[in-house]
Design a protein around this ligand. Structure first.
Ligand SMILES: [Zn+2]
Length: 227
């Protein structure tokens, strides 16, 4: 059994800019260690002041000059797989795929770190990303997702790339939907300034997360465990 870790930079969203196609790409290997250090898993707890490591921009953010904070969140996955060789081809099968959300700390900034309401608004962004991660995990458990977990190629490298592409393609619609939700959240809450709307959105986000947690709990584990 081998272990292969492949973080991806997926959700480089910025409020107020027109939506773009999701940019699903892999990080070059030399950046993986740095990316790991800069990213913190959702499961490690709510956002805290120390997660905002980037310096706030000196110029006002275009389209959103009063923006007080920015939280960059992202998808990541790791997998484990087995290899077999038949007919001079490498056949890979993922035994587990672990999907998780992160906050990218060295790209997140906060002009008012002591403002708890602002921090809660930013937590909403982290929760939106986590909701998509949980939805993707559920989908990965469906029988029709099983095709994702197998790939083959003439070389090990090619087979690995196909397996990785399978997962990236699977995640793309979740990434696109998540970008829309971040934009919608900022629009309806006025970046958290509308207290009533902010409260409503946060309640909805918490309900979604709870419901998905329950759905995932009835399934064996949070990773994909084929046959
Ligand atoms: Zn926001």
């Amino acid at each position: 059994m081998n272990h292969f870790v492949w973080p991806i930079a997926l959700l480089a969203w910025w409020p107020e800019l027109p939506p773009e196609p999701p940019r699903v790409r892999s990080l070059p290997s030399h950046r993986q260690a740095a990316a790991k250090q800069a990213a913190r898993r959702y499961a490690e707890g709510p956002l805290r002041v120390t997660d905002f490591r980037a310096a706030p921009p000196t110029e006002p953010v275009p389209g959103s000059p009063s923006l007080q904070a920015f939280t960059q969140t992202d998808f990541r996955f790791t997998w484990k797989y087995t290899i077999s060789r038949r007919n001079r081809r490498f056949h890979l099968k993922a035994t587990t795929i672990d999907l998780y959300g992160v906050v990218v700390r060295d790209r997140s900034w906060n002009r008012a770190p002591d403002n708890q309401r602002l921090l809660d608004h930013e937590q909403g962004h982290f929760d939106i990303t986590e909701t998509a991660i949980r939805q993707a995990r559920l989908k990965l458990q469906e029988p029709m997702s099983r095709r994702l977990i197998r790939a083959s190629g003439n070389t090990l490298k090619r087979a690995l790339r196909r397996l990785e592409e399978n997962v990236l393609q699977f995640l793309e619609p979740f990434a696109a939907e998540t970008r829309k939700r971040h934009t919608h959240y900022d629009r309806v809450t006025g970046h958290g300034k509308n207290s009533a709307a902010q409260h409503r959105e946060r309640m909805r986000q918490k309900n979604d997360l709870d419901r998905l947690a329950k759905q995932l709990r009835v399934l064996p584990g949070t990773t994909h465990s084929p046959e």
